[in-house]
Design a protein around this ligand. Structure first.
Ligand SMILES: Nc1nc2c(ncn2[C@@H]2O[C@H](COP(=O)(O)OP(=O)(O)O)[C@@H](O)[C@H]2O)c(=O)[nH]1
Ligand SMILES: [Mg+2]
Length: 318
């Protein structure tokens, strides 16, 4: 199958082909650039929702309920799980938790796990490109599950139109964490496992803290019990509300502009880096200057300047 056939099949929503293209993206196959370019004109319709939070707070369980609910409403939903421990991974672990098999058989739903190998930059690039594949294939919503941890969270918040942070009662000092740096990340905060003690207090504390945020949209705090499918419909309503809010205020356009500009810059700098490294390898200068450095014939910064000057001299880097 050539790229044109692949693209046609993705656009028609063919799950097998979508899966194949995602594998190409995940493996950073060189044909991907051309496929993404061909899909690009058909993107821009999906709502991208990031779901993040510590391991074990119930993100996957929550997502399992959300996608069932959406599917009943006729929405097409894709899930990208960037989580090595996600129950979406294999057959065996799925069984007793939630009947995820239902979801695999559901025409409206596509679940895909991707590895966390590679640098963060690489991870967010793959995630973004997989999102584009689902977007072009006609999925209304693309959910991205990540285990909350510093930079990944920030990257996903940049990618997503709506970012949901999931917390649970009794999990250390959630309030401090939110204050410390996650302040600007959530658009919605979910207190899952609200069947456990301390949920109401946590909701109140979170509301107090989040009210101090300078964001125009004050992140609502919602209680859920994902095991019992409680609070899910409210959550889905709020996600839709946030989408409409952003559209009405022109915030989607602003977000998209910033995102595209940053992506373009990343593509350029990645490519330039590769090309310059190739030039350096071809030139043999690295070996030469390493020797000079060892014999103290030269110093590091001067060596660096000389190599760059030499590489860029009369070079039409292409
Ligand atoms: N008590 C309680 N347990 C839950 C709830 N939601 C999920 N769990 C349990 O929490 C554990 C972790 O769930 P999982 O969805 O894998 O969490 P993730 O790591 O955030 O994706 C599982 O044993 C779930 O059954 C809930 O609402 N209440
Ligand atoms: Mg999970």
């Amino acid at each position: 199958m050539d790229n044109n056939d692949l693209v046609k099949k993705v656009l028609s929503g063919d799950k097998k082909t979508i899966s194949k293209v995602i594998t190409l993206v995940d493996n950073r196959d060189p044909t991907v650039n051309n496929i993404i370019d061909k899909l690009y004109p058909y993107t821009g319709r999906s709502q991208v929702v990031g779901i993040t939070g510590p391991l074990g707070v119930g993100k996957s369980t929550l997502i399992g309920q959300m996608i069932k609910s959406w599917s009943k409403k006729g929405k097409k939903v894709a899930v990208i799980a960037i989580d090595p421990t996600s129950p979406f991974h294999g057959g065996a672990i799925l069984g007793d938790r939630i009947r995820m098999q239902d979801c695999f058989l559901d025409e409206n739903i596509f679940i895909r796990s991707i590895g966390t190998r590679g640098a963060y930059g690489g991870l967010s690039k793959s995630t973004d490109e997989i999102t584009k594949v689902f977007d072009a294939a006609g999925y209304d919503i693309v959910l991205i599950e990540t285990v909350g941890a510093g930079q990944v969270e920030v990257d996903i918040a940049k990618l997503a139109h709506t970012t949901i942070v999931v917390v649970v009662p009794g999990l250390g000092d959630v309030i401090q964490t939110i204050k410390a740096g996650m302040f600007e990340i959530p658009d919605i905060v979910v207190v899952n496992k609200s069947d456990l003690a301390g949920a109401d207090q946590l909701v109140m504390d979170l509301e107090t803290v989040l009210n101090l945020s300078h964001k125009k949209w004050k992140p609502p705090v919602l209680k859920t019990v994902s095991l019992k499918n409680e609070g899910i419909d409210d959550l889905i309503r709020v996600i839709e509300k946030h989408w409409n809010y952003q559209k009405e205020k022109g915030l989607l356009y602003e977000k998209e502009t910033n995102k595209i500009r940053e992506e373009l810059l990343n593509l350029i700098t990645d490519d330039l880096k590769t090309k310059i490294l190739n030039e350096i390898n071809k030139s043999g200068l690295l070996d030469l200057y390493t020797k000079k450095l060892i014999s103290k014939e030269i110093t590091p910064y001067i060596a660096k300047d000389e190599i760059i000057k030499e590489i860029l001299k009369n070079k039409n880097i292409s």
